[in-house]
Write a protein that binds this ligand. Structure first.
Ligand code: FES
Ligand SMILES: [Fe+2]
Length: 434
């Protein structure tokens, strides 16, 4: 018997058995194929508009395996350009974020403007006569589109619109991005760290891993000051939902169970709730008694809105950027309504980082397990045994059509149906013609 590490793409996701090969969580060949078939073909999140509000603001982000600088020019137009010099490829911009009139390459000094145009080199006089320096400008991400403050890019110029990509999942997303007239604001630069596990582990966890909460996070949950709500959280799966849509997006909505003290049902800040004019009555109903929503926009942007105080809600956004088959870079942002008071924002930021920052109480639990699961899976014996998603199987065809909520809506919320739907969609992308 040979312990081959070939990429066997026909049997990664076994839809009938509800299993997924471990290879897809460790293999660099799979990672390369993901770059070609998913990350260079579909929309990737770049930044929130409030991160680059003024002319000259920039942030560095990843789009697929390429690093880009996202900038705002003097006219207010956003550009995303490859962060690699046209001369010998040096990484031009070295800061995570800032404000710059020009980007000067640290190797030989080639200088690009805010749109990525090459304006001068240190040896312009030695170029051939008539040579146009602008022909050596930084390659631009050809498609950029905005949705409710989020800026996405795609390397494929022919990709369908961002609106098509988000599809009916926007209905779930929008109440967390644009419920008040001024929308949301990123409260601080994102935390950024690397974890030795595959990017899909994070994407799946946020799509709908309700089953890990009470074991992985047993420690912090015992410290939860809202004990009554904790009891409700533990028993609310029957009244809670998972959702999946055709594009591979998925989320889990956890509601408070009936019978709790009245104060437990004040889930959104009373000062801000009257401002939620940007949502429909059905979306308002969706927010009522909602303790936590956690979801993933396919492929690698996740979000969570969770109660961090008696009437404080933190919205966290996450990006799981693939580095290799067994490593990802994570970015984590904290957001709040722009209309909120400075004190409220300060408190949400502090608690958001306390829970979900690089050293957050929940993050530490997850990351240790994700990295150890990756290490324990990455050997020839373990690779023969696929991961189980069996608790999805009885529910895959049992979704509700209630006429108000789009997509496929499943109940209860403590199965693996949303995660498996994500993997089925991933498999469709990976099997698509090259
Ligand atoms: S590599 Fe950038 S100027 Fe030479
Ligand atoms: Fe977790």
């Amino acid at each position: 018997m040979g312990f081959s590490r070939r990429v066997q793409d026909q049997c990664w996701v076994d839809e009938a058995a509800a299993t997924v090969s471990r290879q897809v969580f460790v293999d660099d060949g799979v990672f390369q194929q993901e770059m070609d078939r998913i990350f260079f073909r579909t929309w990737g999140f770049l930044c929130h508009e409030t991160e680059i509000e003024n002319a000259g603001n920039f942030v560095i982000r990843r789009l697929g395996s390429a690093q880009v600088v996202v900038t705002r020019d003097d006219q207010g137009t956003v550009h995303a350009v490859l962060n690699s010099c046209r001369h010998r490829g040096a990484q031009i911009c070295r800061s995570d974020s800032g404000n710059a009139r020009h980007f000067v390459c640290p190797y030989h000094g080639w200088t690009y403007d805010r749109t990525g145009k090459l304006v001068t080199t240190t040896f312009d006089q030695h170029f051939p006569n008539g040579f146009k320096l602008s022909d050596l400008s930084l390659p631009k991400v050809p498609r950029l589109e905005h949705h409710k403050g989020l800026i996405f890019g795609c390397w494929d110029p022919d990709v369908a619109s961002l609106a098509d990509h988000l599809g009916e999942f926007a209905w779930y997303l929008d109440p967390f991005l644009a419920r008040s007239p001024l929308g949301m604001e990123v409260l601080a630069p994102p935390h950024r760290w690397r974890t030795r596990c595959n990017w899909k582990v994070g994407a799946l966890n946020f799509a709908g891993d309700s089953q890990h909460v009470l074991t992985t996070h047993a420690g912090p949950l015992t410290l939860d000051p809202v004990r009554a709500a904790r009891a409700g959280f533990a028993t609310a799966a029957e009244n809670s939902f998972q959702v999946s849509t055709d594009q591979g997006h998925a989320c889990t909505l956890t509601y408070l169970a009936p019978g709790l003290p009245a104060e437990a049902y004040q889930t959104h800040p009373p000062d801000l709730e009257p401002l939620y004019t940007g949502i429909t009555p059905d979306q308002r109903e969706m927010l009522k008694n909602l303790r936590v929503i956690v979801g993933t926009v396919f492929p690698n942007l996740s979000f969570i809105e969770t109660q961090v105080g008696p009437s404080e809600k933190a919205i966290i956004m996450r990006q799981w950027s693939p580095i290799s088959g067994t490593e990802m870079e994570v970015l984590s942002w904290v957001l709040a309504e722009r209309e909120a008071s400075p004190d409220y924002k300060k408190e949400v930021l502090r608690k958001g980082i306390h829970n979900f920052g690089a050293a957050g109480v929940f993050e530490q639990d997850d990351v240790e397990l994700w990295a150890s699961a990756t290490a324990a899976s990455n050997n020839p014996i373990a690779l023969q045994y696929p991961y189980s998603f069996h608790t999805a199987l009885p529910y895959l065809q049992k979704f509700e059509a209630n006429g108000k909520w789009p997509g496929r809506v499943y109940r209860p919320a403590d199965t693996e149906v949303a995660q498996f739907e994500f993997m089925r969609q991933w498999n469709r992308w990976m099997q698509a013609p090259a």
